[in-house]
Design a protein around this ligand. Structure first.
Ligand code: 5AD
Ligand code: SF4
Length: 486
């Protein structure tokens, strides 16, 4: 059944026995694969896309929608009208993948009703599982990895003809630099801009270097053009995305001496419009330089918020994790942030129960969290990922009950720290960018402070996209509550 056409594609003839049935099916909608034939939006085949995982995946879905639009598809948020369903997947932990498998089971019902409906798996799971997704699941028609999205329209067209298609080639160059993403966040206020792709760090627990490939930086001119376009369209906040933004390093292919570091890119983005807020994620403790912190201090539109994943407070664990720093180094970076940017919020990622983690290692993590006083954190149980260094070399020997206990202690402590962080804000006045109407009451609006904290307040005569000064009066467990100071 598997035909290897070349190393890039594997076509599987899905309907080998009933191809004629498909070709003669008069109910099959017309396939418009390019813009040569003018078609009304209603006539165009509809693309529905569901995104799991990180912000990079959200931005990738935005790129995919543009690529498909340029090839005659129109984007729908209504799954029942979809001709093509794409699931942009995440492999970082096993439960992220399980959710996708569950979702595929649900699509089975839709496929039973419509035999011309196509389902594609894109993103990290596609890259990790490759043709297994086609073999093990009879539900998937297309499998495309993160560096192969340009091939999507072609593979979709071939799948319409009954051929399953796969392209999971990773690239050393692909950054989708010139593709203008279709913004999924409808508030028209904040947008993601990818500045690099992939990761070279090889943290021993992490599947990302295998699913997203090696690091490459995007041409700064294309980044600046994209941000300028957002400014022209009234956007007020941009988040520069990369797995490790601090190692952004663009070298001009025409002149190797012409280099741009993350600090200078950040400065150039901030200079485009002082009313445009600039955020970035994610920073890596081993690479985060004082230069970046000084640039942040110089530009008030660069938000005072740094996401600096610690993963553990134990130097022994950090070594096994291959993080490239120890506890003292991490605390040194925290000290630099607090010195150069006293108002900066600091958030983190923590993994509980990594291979051989003892109660003492775990206690060191709790202590580090207390010492830093993180404003918020993303906290996970270690999940072994096949073929990573940890899976090959170390034993996943902290039992699940113990992992859960440690994770709960971490979550409980962070709950207290987050409350302390919000309590400190009471009585202060913050500049807030209004992002939307509060879910609880349409009389209230919400927005975020520079420190990335959500604030809810009565709307008065203000609207989404305005900057307002809000005095903080109280807080709940999740948000600050305040009032606009006119
Ligand atoms: N198990 C649990 N958490 C993980 N992360 C990455 N890989 C794993 C894994 N195998 C976490 C790290 C990372 C965040 C994005 O996900 O904390 O910073
Ligand atoms: Fe994974 Fe480490 Fe790269 Fe982050 S820096 S994506 S944790 S390998």
């Amino acid at each position: 059944m598997l035909k290897y056409i070349n190393e890039t594609y594997i076509f599987v003839s899905k309907f080998e026995n009933d191809m004629s049935n498909i070709l003669n099916n008069n109910n099959t909608p017309p396939i418009h694969t390019n813009n040569l034939h003018p078609v009304l939006d209603g006539e165009k085949p509809q693309l529905y896309i569901e995104t799991y995982g990180c912000q990079m995946n959200v931005n990738d879905s935005e790129v995919v929608i543009r690529l498909m639009q340029e090839n005659g598809y129109s984007y729908t948020e209504d799954i029942s009208s979809a001709d093509v369903i794409l699931v942009n997947t995440c492999s970082i932990r096993d439960n992220a993948e399980q959710r996708v498998w569950g979702r595929l089971e649900q699509f089975k019902q839709l496929k039973k009703k419509r035999n011309d409906l196509l389902v594609g798996i894109i993103g990290c799971m596609a890259e990790r599982l490759k043709e297994k997704l086609l073999e093990e699941s009879k539900l998937v028609d297309i499998v495309i990895g993160p560096d192969a999205y340009r091939d999507l329209p072609k593979l979709v067209m071939e799948a319409k003809g009954g051929q399953q298609g796969i392209n999971v080639m990773l690239s050393r160059e692909e950054t989708y630099a010139e593709i203008s993403p279709v913004r999924l966040d409808k508030n028209g206020v904040s947008a993601f801009v990818s500045i690099m792709r992939g990761c070279n760090n090889m943290c021993s627990y992490c599947v990302v270097p295998y699913t997203r490939g090696g690091e490459r930086s995007r041409d700064p001119e294309s980044i600046l053009n994209e941000v300028q376009e957002l400014i022209n369209n009234g956007y007020k906040e941009v988040t520069l995305l990369g797995q490790n933004v601090d190692s952004y390093d663009w070298i001009d292919p025409n002149n190797e001496k012409n280099k741009i570091s993350f600090a200078s890119l950040l400065e150039r983005v901030a200079q485009l419009d002082r009313k445009m807020r600039v955020r970035f994620a994610t920073s890596h403790p081993k690479d985060m330089s004082d230069e970046v912190l000084h640039i942040m201090a110089m530009y008030s539109n660069i938000c005072n918020s740094i996401h600096l994943p610690a993963q553990s407070g134990s130097s022994r664990m950090l070594k096994l994790m291959n993080r490239g720093y120890d506890r003292d180094w991490y605390m040194g970076r925290i000290e630099a942030i607090k010195r150069i940017l006293p108002d900066c919020a600091i958030s983190t990622d923590i993994i509980a129960g990594f291979c051989s983690e003892t109660e003492e290692d775990h206690k060191e993590t709790l202590l580090l969290m207390q010492e830093v006083g993180f404003d918020y954190a993303f906290m996970f149980k270690y999940s072994e990922r096949p073929n990573t260094k940890a899976a090959r070399k170390f034993e996943d020997d902290v039992d699940d009950k113990e992992k859960t206990k440690r994770l709960n202690e971490i979550i409980e402590l962070q709950g207290e720290l987050s409350l302390e962080s919000k309590a400190k804000d009471i009585g202060n006045i913050y500049e807030v960018l209004i992002e939307g109407v509060s879910k609880r009451s349409d009389k209230d609006l919400f927005g975020r402070t520079s420190q990335n904290k959500v604030v809810v307040f009565p709307r008065k005569h203000y609207k989404i996209g305005d900057y307002v000064y809000v005095k903080i009066n109280k807080h709940t467990s999740a948000t600050l509550i305040g009032e606009i100071e006119d």
